[in-house]
Design a protein around this ligand. Structure first.
Ligand code: AMP
Ligand code: ZN
Length: 502
């Protein structure tokens, strides 16, 4: 089977990705800081890492994937203090929301999820290893720092030149200046009122960078296949992880580094500090569907920055609809065979099997080529277009529909948008908004639409079909119009009656 080719920030070029030394590919992705709800920029990064893990698994390679949860940092401490609650109580709600959002977006759970606060002894022992080599040193206030001057390769990931690194110039906040290489905090001595741990290093709490080095090693060993995160983490966070891990082990830390580029809004990074962000929940309450949000965020390849617009989100909604309608159409055709139908005599388009095969090849080649999700979905839409045309002409054999479904299933193994969980997800978002006293943020027509469960709608649609049979057209029309007013659209087609929420 072809290999997965992926840009490696460290090597500066596209390289083959494969596990080394173990059957599973060992990967680490920096997880969220659970101080607030994640915005869709954060999820763009997690979604592309999800695409990667799904592609790896489609290659028959198991993955061993670790994600940290940063549940102690400056922002968490500040916000928890402002709310007057312990940090664990403060982060619990945002962590729960984070996992609900991952599920809503169809992001697979990593094999290991690890809280920073659960791995303090691992971090302490890593800092002790560095201290034994005099690479970690303690400052007067009791904090521990990493001596960057002792790691000459510092800057090799971000390709920054740190000539003349000043030994002993320190920085101890979790948010760093963009360009300066300063000795960074490994362990922060306790400050009044802050959560702290009593350890062999003294009383205090870990820095952010040591978290990831310690957890990657704890679960995956000291040389891993892949490390991923958003582009902002390349420097200094990942550079610092490399410095810590490689200084301790004497081995290269991660062979492959993947960085997902930013989601932008009108040319600016979507971020909390710019105030230009949307959370998943914001969009669900406006009536956008989780599947469309997933599709939109992954449809621009990870190595391109992506500009968020509502127009693009509306287009993504239509794209997902089109895929689902096509899938249903092919399923209805393919199901004829289950009823014992023999299609060997059925009229058949001479080119369609070639088109199906080409779609499969183009799709696979696009993903193998640095996860080109745009070309991969274009290949599938070409199949949708051709398949619909042939089906319209009445020359699509059920046997061919079976082959088309196999390609669509392959596609959905990565894109994961065909199963319609949207209404249930939106309903859960509405319940959350109600509980948080934020229901007034929800679009009113959405609240009305979701007042009907799927079963209610099925029953009304069945009643309408019955009314038509008994020529009670007034009742049939009334049902259709009532549902339409609630945003539910009934479609009569030659394959039967379908409905969907607008
Ligand atoms: P945080 O919770 O802030 O630590 O961020 C979680 C992940 O989201 C990190 O990998 C960040 O690099 C990534 N991230 C933050 N902002 C954006 C953005 N606008 N677009 C894409 N990824 C982002
Ligand atoms: Zn990290």
């Amino acid at each position: 089977m072809a290999t997965i080719e992926l840009f490696n920030t460290l090597g500066g070029k596209i390289e083959s990705l494969a596990p080394v030394g173990t059957p599973a590919l060992r990967m680490y992705c920096c997880g969220p800081t659970v101080y607030d709800y994640g915005h869709i920029g954060n999820f763009r990064t997690f979604l592309h890492v999800d695409v990667l893990r799904r592609v790896i698994r489609q290659h028959g390679i198991p993955v061993e994937h670790v994600m940290n949860i940063t549940d102690v940092d400056d922002k968490i401490i500040r916000n928890a203090a402002a709310a007057g609650v312990p940090i664990a109580q403060y982060t619990e709600k945002f962590e729960r929301a984070f996992f609900e959002d991952l599920d809503a977006l169809g992001i697979q759970r990593p094999e290991h999820i690890s809280h920073a606060t659960a791995c303090i002894p691992d971090m302490v022992s890593l800092i002790q290893q560095l201290a034994a080599k005099d690479i970690a040193y303690q400052a007067e206030d009791g904090s521990w720092y990493f001596r960057i001057a002792r790691f000459p390769e510092y800057g090799k990931l971000s390709k920054k030149d740190f000539d003349g690194i000043e030994d002993g110039a320190r920085v101890d906040i979790d948010e760093y200046e963009k360009d300066a290489a300063r000795d960074f905090a490994l362990w922060k001595a306790v400050k009044p009122g802050e959560q702290s741990w009593d350890t062999a290093l003294g009383t205090g709490r870990p820095g952010w960078h040591i978290e990831c080095s310690a957890m990657a090693t704890k679960f995956l060993g000291d040389d891993i296949d892949l490390h991923a995160g958003g582009e902002d983490l390349m420097f200094p966070h990942h550079e610092n992880e490399i410095a810590q891990s490689e200084s301790a082990s004497g081995k290269p830390f991660a062979r492959h580094w993947m960085h997902v580029r930013f989601l932008l809004v009108e040319g600016k990074k979507m971020s909390k500090s710019e105030g230009n962000f949307y959370t998943l929940r914001d969009l669900l309450l406006k009536g956008y569907r989780a599947s469309a949000i997933r599709f939109l965020l992954i449809s621009v390849p990870y190595r391109h920055q992506m500009n968020f617009t509502f127009k693009a989100l509306a287009d993504a909604t239509n794209a997902v609809d089109r895929l689902r309608t096509f899938y249903q159409r092919m399923t209805i055709l393919a199901d004829l065979l289950k009823g014992g139908f023999d299609d060997s005599e059925t009229a058949t388009d001479p080119n369609i099997l070639g088109i199906v095969e080409k779609a499969r090849e183009d799709y696979t080649a696009a993903l193998n080529n640095d996860l080109n999700t745009a070309e991969a979905s274009a290949a599938i839409f070409e199949l949708v277009r051709a398949g619909n045309a042939v089906a319209d002409a009445g020359t699509l054999r059920p046997g061919v529909a079976v082959e088309i479904l196999k390609v669509l299933d392959l596609f959905d193994g990565v894109f994961a948008v065909l199963e319609d969980r949207d209404a249930a997800i939106t309903r859960a978002a509405l319940a959350w908004a109600e509980a948080e006293g934020r229901i007034d943020e929800a679009a009113p027509e959405l609240v009305a639409t979701l007042a009907f469960s799927d079963a209610d709608i099925d029953a009304l649609v069945a009643e309408r079909t019955q009314a038509k049979k008994t020529r009670n057209f007034a009742r049939a029309d009334a049902i259709r119009n009532d549902l339409l007013a609630k945003g539910i659209l009934i479609e009569d087609s030659k394959d039967g009656v379908r409905w969907k929420r607008k």
